[in-house]
Design a protein. Structure first.
Length: 215
């Protein structure tokens, strides 16, 4: 028996359970470690254990330090992408076949492919999250502008509070929070230019970036 028993659908099931994902990456890390140390017999046994635990739904409360470079979070990213999951499952299958044939050199290449798939998928997931955050920020800025043009201080305050929650700058978030409280209490009603001047008057080095964000 080898890692060929692990399919993309099984990966999705494993990734959906934190404890199962922990066990999977723990086993994979042990396999990577034995491949790196050149211990073929141990790596072959690790491959069997990896498959058996995956198929039997074995779980663990924690994951070991990553020798393979693959984490439970990365496994989740892989499982969420059909292309990545299919590639990962195929690479696992090839790894099992090469270990069964006793070819440690090819097994090392297979592990490198698995790591590459995990890293590339993580990068794609990060880019997607970043794009989503930018879109959300743009919508909130639009809501602030619309609220100020309509004289709806409550809407402005609400949108600014949400902007503060997604801000990557702690100083910017603080300035937004302060202004949102003022607008929510109707004590700082004003124009868009007054709001920008208020934000830009902060002594924080991040105030200019916040001004650019709202502009």
């Amino acid at each position: 028996m080898s890692t060929s028993g692990i399919t993309s659908s099984l990966l999705a099931q494993i990734a959906s359970s934190p404890s199962a994902a922990n066990q999977f990456v723990t086993n994979l890390n042990q396999l990577a470690q034995d491949i790196q140390s050149g211990n073929l017999s141990a790596a072959q046994q690790d491959s069997v254990t990896l498959s058996e635990d995956a198929l039997n739904g074995a779980t663990s409360s924690t994951a070991t330090t990553s020798a393979s470079g693959i984490t439970a979070t990365q496994l989740s990213n892989i499982a969420s992408s059909t292309t990545a999951a299919n590639s990962f499952a195929g690479e696992l299958s090839q790894l099992g076949a090469d270990l069964n044939s006793g070819n440690l050199g090819l097994a090392e290449d297979d592990m490198a492919s698995l790591e590459s798939t995990a890293q590339n998928t993580a990068s794609s997931a990060s880019s997607s999250t970043s794009a989503s955050s930018k879109a959300e920020i743009a919508q909130l800025i639009h809501a602030v502008i619309e609220g100020m043009e309509a004289g709806n201080d409550s809407a402005v305050g609400t949108a600014m509070t949400e902007l503060a929650s997604v801000s990557s700058s702690s100083a910017g978030a603080s300035a937004l929070t302060t202004n949102s409280q003022n607008y929510s209490s109707s004590s700082s009603s004003g124009s868009i230019s007054q709001l920008l001047q208020s934000l830009n008057s902060s002594d924080s080095p991040d105030s200019s970036s916040l001004l650019n964000l709202l502009a």
